[in-house]
Design a binder for this molecule. Structure first.
Ligand SMILES: O=C(O)CCC(=O)C(=O)O
Length: 248
């Protein structure tokens, strides 16, 4: 069977208020939302990222723990440790600088996700400290993200710290494209029943939201001269408060 997917314009989000519930129930697997940010504003953001140290503290610039090609800016849950929450606060302050002069990243994405869920979205917390809500991922030409699914990583210490913040059946991923590559870099998602893999290539300012926890997926090799830059995080449903919780 093929993946159950849909593509909408950000302006039409109000017509899709059951999207997150449908993903949690397994009835919808992926949504593309076009035009969450203006492409011209994403070009400004990309330019600011050409000198990331002007925007972000050095300690936030890293390499992915399990992906040799992937450079990250932020606090990936894979590198959870004693300094995680302080670094998450530093990263969010940097994101304010990165998106200065335009709609804020968190405000825009939370408002969209609240429309698509019909309920509230909040940052995950442990003992009053907020998790980072998203990270920036930079794939250079030739780079790829290997095949994986979020459920493979629930034994990481960061997931232990998340405790019962979400119902482990569902881990959704959302990300917005800051800079698409010239070619390649598509998100390839496998249906649960082993049908044909589908590939999704987004334009600057578009967002993808998908059931990352259960679905094996990868990012294809980036081709051409341009880097692929995305910004995003994860979401889980918290039944006791009927809200969606976000971390990264
Ligand atoms: O393309 C990205 O930024 C990450 C995609 C991915 O592997 C995920 O969201 O789990």
């Amino acid at each position: 069977m093929s993946l159950r997917t849909t593509t909408i314009d950000a302006a039409a989000a109000a017509d899709h208020a059951t999207t997150l519930a449908a993903m949690h129930a397994g009835d919808l697997e992926l949504m593309v939302v076009r035009g969450v940010f203006d492409a011209s504003f994403m070009t400004e953001v990309e330019q600011r990222l050409s000198e990331p140290a002007n925007v972000f503290d050095d300690q936030l610039l890293g390499r992915s723990y399990h992906e040799p090609h992937l450079a990250t800016i932020g606090t990936p849950i894979s590198r959870f440790g004693d300094d995680y929450f302080d670094r998450a606060a530093l990263f969010h302050a940097g994101c304010e600088r990165l998106f200065k002069g335009g709609p804020g990243f968190g405000a825009t994405v939370y408002s969209l996700l609240e429309i698509l869920s019909g309920t509230s979205v909040r940052r995950a917390a442990a003992d009053g400290s907020a998790f980072g809500g998203w990270n920036i991922r930079v794939l250079p030409p030739g780079g790829e993200i290997a095949r994986h699914a979020g459920h493979m990583f629930f034994d990481w210490a960061g997931y232990g710290a998340l405790g019962d913040e979400f119902d482990r059946r569902t881990q959704l991923s959302f990300y917005v494209v800051i800079a698409p590559p010239d070619q390649g870099g598509g998100l390839e998602v496998e249906p649960l029943d082993g049908g044909d893999t589908e590939s999704f290539s987004l334009a600057a300012g578009d967002m993808v939201l998908f059931d990352e926890g259960r679905h094996m997926h990868r990012v294809d090799h980036v081709r051409g001269a341009r880097r692929r830059i995305t910004i995003g995080g994860f979401l889980g449903y918290h039944p006791a408060t009927d809200c969606w919780v976000n971390w990264a």
